[in-house]
Structures are given as C-alpha cells and as structure tokens.
Ligand binder design. Structure first.
Ligand SMILES: *Cc1c(COP(=O)(O)O)cnc(C)c1O
Length: 360
C-alpha cells in the first residue's frame, strides 16, 4: 500500500551544532518525529513533523490504565557510510504482537516501515559515524481516549522518534537472583514490550543495586527456580560447551538479539538449547566447574557479559569474561554484519531509503 506521509521540516536542523563525541544515552533527540493517529478504526494522517512535545488531556486513557507499548531498535552507518537498519520488519511484527496483548490496534507493517524509512531518511545526518555508535529508534503507541471508564481506548497515537547514541560499552555485570518479586508470569504481559513491565521492574532493580548488584536475574513464580531474563535483556548460559537460553513460554520477551544469536550459533554448528534453566542447574554446573559463560542480550549492548551471579547465600564467580568465547564471537559477528565487514548471509540488513525530498 502507498501511504501519503506529509512532511513538515524544521527550519534549522540541530545536528550541525551537535557534538557527536559526547552522546549521553536517551537525552538528545533528533529533529523530526513520525506520528499517526488511530481513530474510527483506521490509522490516519501519517506525518513527519518537527520533534516537539505532545499536548495531552489529563484523562487520556494511557495515563490511567496503561495501554502503552514500545519498541527499541537502531539504525547504523556501515563502513561505506550508508545508513542501514537491523531486522526492522521483526520490530514491526513485535509491536503488533504487543498491541494485540494490550488490546490495542495493530499498525500495518508497511506503514510502520514506511514511516521508519522516511523519518530516518530525513534525519540520516543524525546517525553518528564513530564505531559502534548508532541512532537509537523508539517507536511507541499510546491510548488517547479522554475517558475514565475502564475499557480499551478507541483512539491511539503511534509515534517514532530517534536519539543519536554513542558506542555502548557494557562492562561485565553482577546478577542478583530475585526470589521475592517477579517480572512476568505465564499468561501475563511479559511477552509484550509494555511500558508497565518496566514500571514493575524498577523497585526490585533498585533494591538489588542497593545490595551492590548491577542487575536482577528474573525467576518464574511461584517457586523461583526457573530463570527467565536478566534486567531488560534475554539471558544465555554456556554450560559444558553447550549454549542454553530459557525457552520462551509466554513470560519471556522474544528478543530479536536473542533470535539473531541463536541463528548465528546454529549456523556455526554450535549447539543451542532453548529449554528451561533453573537456578539448581546453574548451581550444579558451577559446582562441577562447567559454568563457562553467562550473558544478557538486547539491542542496546548486543551482549552484556556477567561476572558474578548471586543466588541466595551463594556467590558464583564466573571465569574471566575476557575468555568468554561465545559472548565475544556473537557480539563481534553481529557488529561486523551491521558494519558490512562480513557478509549479511541472513538478510538482516536493510538500507535506509533516502527519498529525494529528504535530501532537499
Ligand atoms: C526489549 C527487551 C529485550 C531485548 O529484545 P531485543 O529485541 O533483543 O532488543 C529483552 N527483554 C526485555 C524484557 C525487553 O523489554
């Protein structure tokens, strides 16, 4: 389908005065945003406009009953300086899976992708070029009915805006196995990228940090044995040469980095087991000396290595992350596919279409 996206450009682009060597995460916003409104059962008035605050009615349903979902993705410049996306269609599919769970309207994949291409095409000068830096992209959808009754909203806003971000250096982290609070339960909304999941994770994360640990390792209720995720990432273990990641069961976010890692490793002939992992499995492996690696996976850091896991009274120290072969291989392979240093055999890279009007 052909969407007629209207374009209103800023008079003075701000990127010209931006210091691309100093990019704190999530605080600098590019010149434009993409907006579409859902009303009368349709997505209407898709437009690219100058980045600006949105006015909201105090009774907007999102502010009360939390129909809010989002995505997190990136655009890069490859070695040739061409802007590219990494698996954008997967993000379009996932926001729709989230929308369905939160009883929100889906957005046609081609509208999502067209908005994305045109927005990043217009703001391509905001994509930093230093190694491993990126343009972080935040698509999201919120309920906008001005109504306090509890029911699904009938109007929504879908917005995409972007932030240039520097290379994300993920220093190895310690994990605290959380045995009181849960992030998500089977049948809940853990599989959706819903804003409320993040709200629910803040207190346990803060308490873990007060105890001196970087991130929470989430376990499944009611027995707090089965491992789900780490912080806002998926989790991988390497035990006795085998790569293991919890199988998605309804409470685990289906990470696109997770999927990419599984695909890469299998392609290399490395066994990957998607199965339940319990804290007993981890304690047992550690005791036997076969717990070789643990890392988180997500768009922000790609791979975030773990040096210590705290389970109850036990403190499991992992082998030096410098020697973590699987974590290092996956991180560098994904980064090299993005930069074009190695061939994109899985068709993960999509060049940003830069329309002539966005060059004007
Ligand atoms: C977004 C997210 C991830 C990672 O997903 P990617 O697609 O790899 O970025 C993992 N867990 C949670 C809870 C998330 O919200």
């Amino acid at each position: 389908m052909n969407y007629n996206i209207s374009i209103t450009k800023v008079k003075q682009p701000k990127y010209k005065s931006l210091d691309f060597n100093d990019l704190p995460f999530g605080r600098i916003f590019s010149d434009h945003m993409f907006v579409a409104d859902y009303c009368d059962g349709n997505w209407q008035n898709p437009r690219i406009i100058p980045f600006e605050p949105i006015a909201m009615h105090p009774a907007s349903m999102v502010l009360h009953y939390g129909q809010a979902i989002f995505e997190g993705m990136k655009a890069f410049k490859n070695k040739q300086g061409e802007p590219v996306f990494f698996r954008p269609e997967m993000h379009a599919k996932r926001i729709n899976a989230s929308a369905q769970r939160l009883c929100m309207p889906t957005i046609p994949e081609d509208l999502f992708l067209e908005g994305l291409h045109q927005l990043i095409g217009i703001d391509h000068n905001w994509i930093p070029t230093t190694e491993n830096s990126a343009l972080y992209i935040r698509p999201f959808m919120i309920a906008t009915d001005e109504f306090l009754g509890v029911r699904p909203s009938e109007t929504y806003k879908f917005i995409i805006f972007t932030c240039p971000v520097g290379a994300y250096y993920s220093k190895p982290v310690s994990l605290y196995a959380e045995q009181h609070y849960v992030r998500a339960v089977n049948g809940g909304v853990g599989e959706a990228k819903a804003a409320g999941n993040y709200a629910a994770s803040l207190l346990p994360a803060k308490l873990a940090q007060e105890k001196g640990y970087d991130q929470v390792m989430w376990l499944a209720a009611p027995d707090f044995k089965q491992v789900q995720e780490v912080g806002t990432m998926n989790i991988f273990f390497v035990i006795d040469g085998k790569v293991i990641t919890p199988k998605t069961d309804g409470a685990i976010l289906k990470g696109i980095t997770r999927d990419s890692i599984i695909t890469l490793l299998k392609d290399k002939g490395i066994e990957v087991l998607e199965q339940h992992v319990t804290i007993d499995d981890i304690l047992d492996a550690h005791q036997k000396g076969t717990l070789q690696e643990c890392f988180g996976s997500g768009t922000a850091a790609v791979v975030s290595p773990v040096h210590t896991i705290i389970i109850g009274e036990q403190k499991l120290v992992l082998p030096d992350v410098e020697n973590a072969k699987i974590a290092t291989f996956t991180k560098s392979t994904i980064e090299k596919i993005r930069s074009g240093e190695i061939e994109d055999t899985f068709n993960w890279i999509q060049p940003v279409r830069i329309l002539e009007q966005s060059l004007a």
